[in-house]
Design a protein around this ligand. Structure first.
Ligand SMILES: [Zn+2]
Length: 175
């Protein structure tokens, strides 16, 4: 893990630590890519379900969703009605909090205040916007962006590969 310095880490160094994280976890991006499919890969790897819930009381424009960790599963909450790209970004952002094992800055009091109906015995961690420190938020945000970029690039190179096959076939036909 990158040492936490007093000065804010640069986006570039956060991006390279995100790529290192993907390598360290040997996470292969699923194809076709979606954040949900990547969560499924992580779930299998951790042998622990990640459940994505769409809820209507989360700010749809917020970059941060909500992550709740219980004894048996992880729940990621995203705003209902978010576009596919925005939804993917939020889910990846939350997945980053989970993969980086972010602890948040507010602790159990925040948890109790925010979710008075949920038993603190069941919930290990419940973190949403405003409960992380600035470094954790940037780390999650850059991780989400890096994964989105890699997914787009991989999809593009696959498309090019596909076209090459089509072109080769056409060439065979017309030669
Ligand atoms: Zn966040």
């Amino acid at each position: 893990m990158a040492p936490r310095s007093k000065t804010a880490a640069s986006t570039k160094s956060l991006a390279s630590s995100a790529r290192a994280k993907l390598r360290e976890l040997t996470l292969e991006l699923p194809s076709p890519f979606s954040a949900d499919a990547l969560c499924a890969v992580v779930s299998r790897q951790r042998n622990r379900p990640i459940v994505i819930l769409e809820v209507d009381n989360v700010d749809a424009d917020a970059p941060c969703g909500l992550w709740i960790e219980t004894d048996t599963a992880d729940y990621v909450m995203v705003a209902e009605g978010a576009t596919k790209t925005h939804r993917d970004h939020i889910v990846l952002h939350e997945l980053a909090h989970l993969l980086y094992d972010h602890q948040g800055a507010l602790g159990k009091d925040y948890l109790h205040l925010s979710f008075p109906n949920l038993s603190p015995a069941v919930i290990r961690r419940a973190l949403g916007r405003g409960s992380y420190d600035a470094h954790e938020e940037r780390e999650a945000e850059v991780f989400a962006s890096v994964v989105m970029e890699l997914a787009v690039r991989e999809q593009e190179s696959r498309a090019v590969g596909h076209d090459r096959e089509v072109l080769a076939t056409l060439r065979d036909i017309f030669e």
